[in-house]
Design a protein around this ligand. Sequence first.
Ligand SMILES: [Zn+2]
Length: 71
Amino acid sequence: MIINGVVMGLEKQKVCRKCRRIVLEDKCPACAVAEFSRTWKGVVLINDPNGSEIASLLELKVPGKYALWVK
Ligand SMILES: [Zn+2]
């Protein structure tokens, strides 16, 4: 499921540079780093990383919301 980040009003959210997770906290809950980008495009929702083709494609192992592209 891919949603346009601008349409969803998510453009002000920050994205972890390491795993591309959309993060609301001060550091990424998935990989515990605090390096973020605000330049990103596309949203992918991962509910079940083990059963998701896109999760394995993006090498995502934790359920959540991720950006498809991060600068
Ligand atoms: Zn991360």
